[in-house]
Write a protein that binds this ligand. Structure first.
Ligand code: PLP
Length: 422
């Protein structure tokens, strides 16, 4: 039996209707921006394998560091014990984040990083205040992950439908713009001391459709929150580590969030690892002779040394002198292509931020057509050796930073052809 047939018999894939799923393509090898299947077909990974792979596949430096770590210490319980990769990663990560981040809490992925952030905020209020705050503010269209807390602060959508009754209530607010900013600030003022925290994806809402908004309005929202001691959580799981043009999207802000959630690009897409960082104020709220004020949260693989080693190796590459110029190069190529597409009759919108380029296809109003369009686009690009994963009628490019100009050109040209043909 072929790998793909065995897979079909045994495996349940994520975000996949298994009834009519096409056979999954076995990938046997990765190198740089390319993935190779069993037949030796080459694909450009234009979505960085679900947004995680920032330096290319099977990166030799990361491979070497991970392999060294594997031969030294593969794992150790992280309560009562520590190890060098976890400590070194915290030492390097905290000063890189905007503001004064003081502590790192490790977990496994983006959703767990969000769960930890939410628990930190809710328990902060339980630990420090007689008047307990339980409300959370989040953006309409947000995506913060697939576990229950993360789903609760995410948009109610086809992803969450079967669970909506069990998700906790959240105050969802519109993305800020020039027209509504005063109204949004008024809402924050009105809710004021009922609110524990505000969680947001800075500047770009990923899975919600790669929606973008301006830093200056986010700054105003954070300022409004800070006026009422509402804690703020920057979910940089997707935007972190260079994706939006600087190391972190929040670098564009004047005001500093209390908490950061990181994952995806953290290990260069090599190992699962999540990080929640916080400032001293949050951490101090858990220091007590009262055992009940402890943050009782942890995962079996908390701060796995191999994952931390791959994050350190990824950080070496991120901070090397090639990476930011590469990001700038992709940004200016994207900008030029976006300018070319401006006003295209088949596109409803073109958006661009850093290394992310987004094209929203015109669909008319028929949503069943929309589903058909998604698959047609997906297969069209796959057939041309490009992995793009449209979010409905929205296609986006979010490549590893080492993608060559020639490969970018090939993707742009294929998009131009798709616009003519589909
Ligand atoms: C992907 C994502 C998450 C969830 O991360 P997982 O590792 O998939 O659980 C959370 N927040 C944002 C902004 C994301 O893009």
């Amino acid at each position: 039996m072929s790998l793909s047939e065995s897979d079909q018999q045994l495996i349940w894939h994520p975000y996949t209707q298994m009834k009519d799923a096409l056979p999954n393509i076995p990938i046997v090898r990765g190198e740089g921006v390319y993935l190779f299947d069993e037949q030796g077909r080459k694909y450009i990974d234009a979505v960085s394998s679900w947004w995680v792979n920032i330096h290319g596949h099977a990166h030799p430096h990361i491979a070497e560091k991970v392999s060294e770590q594997l031969k030294t210490l593969e794992h150790v319980i992280f309560a009562g014990f520590t190890h060098e990769p976890a400590v070194r990663l915290a030492e390097r990560l905290l000063p890189l984040l905007p503001g004064e981040q003081a502590k790192v809490f490790y977990s496994d992925n983006g959703s767990t990083a969000v769960e930890v952030a939410l628990k930190m905020c809710l328990q902060y209020w339980a630990n420090t205040s007689k008047q307990v705050r339980t409300k959370i503010i989040a953006f309409k269209g947000a995506y913060h992950g697939d576990t229950f807390g993360a789903m609760s602060v995410s948009a109610r959508s086809i992803f969450t439908n079967p669970f909506n009754a069990l998700l906790f209530d959240v105050e969802f607010i519109d993305l800020p713009n020039e027209q509504n900013i005063e109204q949004l600030k008024a809402k924050i003022n009105y809710l004021s001391n009922e609110v524990a925290c505000f969680i947001f994806e800075p500047l770009v809402l990923g899975a919600g459709g790669m929606l973008m908004y301006e830093a200056k309005y986010l700054d105003e929202l954070i300022a409004a929150c800070q006026k009422h001691q509402i804690l703020t959580i920057a979910d940089e799981v997707m935007t972190g580590f260079g994706r939006t043009g600087q190391y972190f999207a929040t670098e564009e802000l004047q005001h500093r969030p209390d908490i950061f959630c990181l994952s995806k690009g953290l290990t260069g897409g090599t190992m699962p690892l999540g990080v929640t960082t916080c400032n001293q104020k949050i951490f101090d709220a858990f220091l007590s002779d009262d055992q009940l004020k402890t943050l009782y949260h942890g995962h079996s693989f908390t701060a796995n040394p191999v994952a931390c080693a791959s994050a350190l190796a990824s950080m070496d590459i991120l901070l090397s002198k090639e990476t930011l110029p590469n990001i700038q190069r992709i940004r200016s190529r994207h900008e030029a292509f976006a300018a070319q597409l401006e006003g295209h009759p088949k596109l409803r919108a073109v958006r661009q931020k850093g290394t992310i380029l987004v094209m929203e296809w015109e669909t008319g109003s028929d949503t069943s057509y929309l589903n058909g369009l998604r698959n047609r686009l997906y297969l069209y690009f796959l057939d041309k050796g490009i992995i793009l994963r449209p979010l409905g009628n929205i296609i986006y490019i979010l490549p590893p930073y080492i993608i060559s100009d020639a490969d970018l050109e090939y993707i742009y040209q294929t998009i131009t052809e798709a616009l003519a043909e589909i």
